[in-house]
Design a binder for this molecule. Structure first.
Ligand code: 3PY
Ligand code: MG
Length: 254
């Protein structure tokens, strides 16, 4: 969607959430909530490829950019969601510069990459292929997720890969990956997040992160992170209902 990638590159603060419920109703609710974008989570949900195109369509109705987190690094998965009209792609578990280069190759048309041309929804089913070819590299966001100890060790090379727009930090996996000798303390995890952020900003890349709540958004913004995926539709539904049920039970009980 025009403008989305540019806002990311300019490090405008953008707030979105993961969409994990495999239904267009959930997407429409998210898209009308005031978020700047949403990220359909193909990696950790029941969403299948056959749903993804309809979910993107539902978000497009509300003019909210829908990106997709693919389940892995396969070129076919990246091509498939981009052909479906995704505004961007989030590639998980990038641990080396070579993996980042392969993500660029799958996402970008030549000369930047090797993406294949096809008559998908993104090009109006083939009717507007030339227009789409002119604009896709400019409009599509490529965010790679750094969320392992190996990715942290290789961060200086990963951030220098041309064609990657954003380094997105996955604190959950990063914490598990750093925990070989026991769970890392908050200090160690925060130091790793800070190190990734600094390396990315020094290389001129935008930085994003997953946060389960809003409590430290200000602190991470001050460190240079501008793109926030805040929880998910399932997490927010669960937390909202749990709080409402608790409040309702306590009504009049004191
Ligand atoms: C993680 O925290 O591991 C994530 O992938 C969040 O997006
Ligand atoms: Mg993860």
């Amino acid at each position: 969607m025009p403008g989305f990638r540019q806002k990311c590159l300019e490090s405008e603060r953008l707030i979105g959430t993961f969409a994990a419920i495999p239904h267009a109703v959930a997407i429409e609710i998210i898209a009308s909530s005031g978020v700047d974008f949403l990220c359909i989570d193909w990696e950790h949900s029941q969403i299948g490829r056959e749903h993804i195109e309809d979910l993107i369509r539902a978000s497009d109705v509300h003019r909210i950019p829908a990106m997709v987190r693919v389940p892995g690094h396969a070129q076919e998965w990246i091509a498939s969601v981009l052909d479906a009209g995704a505004a961007g792609v989030l590639v998980p578990r990038i641990a080396t510069a070579e993996q980042a280069r392969r993500a660029v190759a799958a996402t970008r048309y030549p000369p930047l990459g090797e993406r294949g041309v096809g008559p998908g929804r993104a090009s109006c089913y083939g009717y507007r292929i030339p227009d789409y070819l002119d604009t896709a590299n400019l409009n599509i966001l490529l965010a790679v997720q750094v969320e392992t100890a190996e990715g942290l060790a290789n961060i200086d090379e990963i951030v220098r890969v041309e064609g990657v727009d954003m380094i997105f930090i996955g604190p959950g996996d990063l914490s598990v990956s750093l925990s070989a000798g026991g769970r890392p303390g908050a200090e160690e995890l925060n130091a790793a997040i800070g190190r990734i952020t600094e390396a990315a900003r020094d290389a001129g890349k935008a930085v994003g992160i997953f946060r389960p709540s809003t409590e430290d958004i200000d602190a991470w913004s001050a460190r240079g992170i501008s793109f926030f995926i805040l929880a998910s539709d399932t997490m927010i539904l669960g937390a909202g209902l749990a709080a409402a049920a608790k409040a309702a039970r306590e009504c009049g009980s004191t």
